[in-house]
Design a protein around this ligand. Structure first.
Ligand code: C5P
Length: 307
């Protein structure tokens, strides 16, 4: 085996610039139309091959993280390892250490990004030589958002989130994230959504047009998320937090995914810094981030071939 015994990866978060729920499916999932956009908030993931059977997982974080860590028995990495084993992709043993910065249950997709990192990392280390299609199939079994994180960038996601079409990416966008130290469970937010009265939602075509035209102001005016109403039922204070982002100077603001993270689009970096300073008291944690072109980046070891 020519594979490196250890890899260090960076797995970036996402925000949803648009999320419309079309219907509740018979399998319990929701039919979506969503625009995912990669951002530079990241977890560090270290993967090492070992002789000990199974996957050994550890999570750690700096003082800024401020919220709970995933548990070592129920997390997206353990789940991914199980999916790989069920598919006959045997790994004798591995150790994964995650240094978290993306909060658990924040609507930023941190767990799904970690899962995509483990799939890409093991593909490299084990010399499986899988195509993008193969990687996508594995990712889809782990979770609805995981296929997006195999690719990253700006994507239109359909079906339950796994059907992807690449969209034009606005590379220089700057965002202010307003985060909470209290996680929200994705399935609880979807369940709250099912209790709400249906509302007429826009479609993503105008936003996609604005992305193609490179018009950040227009993009900011077209942010939409059906789950926001559901997140507001569970966290009423999010309404004021979202308004605070715009009052502080954001071109537009929205809730990411199932929340509770609120993001604002800033005109530039200096505007982002001033927004961040003004909204400090409205959130548990505030970060300024930029567009990330890929989700999973290998920072030490060999680069993924042909991806
Ligand atoms: O696919 P994943 O396990 O990440 O989804 C987590 C939960 O989010 C699901 O159990 C479901 O409640 C909800 N979900 C949904 N429709 C989607 C994606 C997720 O209802 N398209």
């Amino acid at each position: 085996m020519t594979a490196p015994p250890k890899l260090r990866l960076r797995t970036n978060a996402k925000i949803n610039l648009f999320l419309r729920i079309a219907s509740l499916r018979t399998d319990g999932y929701h039919e979506l139309e969503s625009v995912f956009h990669g951002i530079s908030l990241f977890d560090s993931l270290e993967v090492e091959l070992t002789d000990e059977p199974g996957l050994d997982v550890a999570f750690d974080a700096g003082p800024n993280y401020g919220t709970v860590l995933p548990t070592t028995d129920e997390n997206s990495l353990t789940q991914t390892f199980g999916v790989l084993r069920d598919m006959g992709l045997e790994v004798e043993g591995a150790r994964a250490v995650v240094f978290k910065s993306i909060p658990v249950g924040s609507g930023l997709g941190g767990g799904s990004a970690n899962a995509a990192g483990l799939i890409l990392g093991l593909n490299e280390m084990m010399d499986w030589g899988m195509s993008r299609g193969d990687l996508h199939d594995i990712a889809e079994r782990v979770g609805s958002d995981v296929p997006y994180f195999i690719s990253g960038g700006t994507m239109l996601a359909l079906s339950r989130g796994e059907e992807l079409q690449r969209l034009p990416m606005l590379k220089g966008m700057t965002f202010v994230l307003g985060m909470s130290h209290r996680p929200l469970l994705t399935r609880d937010v979807y369940a709250a959504f099912d209790e709400l009265k249906p509302e007429v939602a826009p479609n993503s075509a105008p936003l996609i047009h604005a992305l193609g035209a490179g018009d950040v102001v227009e993009v900011a005016s077209l942010l939409y998320n059906d789950l926001e109403r559901a997140a507001l039922v569970l966290r009423p204070e999010l309404g004021a937090a979202k308004a605070a982002m715009v009052e502080a100077g954001a071109l537009g603001s929205g809730v990411s995914g199932s929340g509770p993270t609120v993001f604002g689009i800033a005109a530039d970096r200096s505007s982002a810094a001033s927004i961040a300073a003004r909204i400090e008291d409205a959130f548990d944690r505030v970060e300024v981030v930029e567009t990330a072109e890929a989700c999973v980046e290998i920072v030490e070891g060999t680069q993924p071939s042909g991806l």
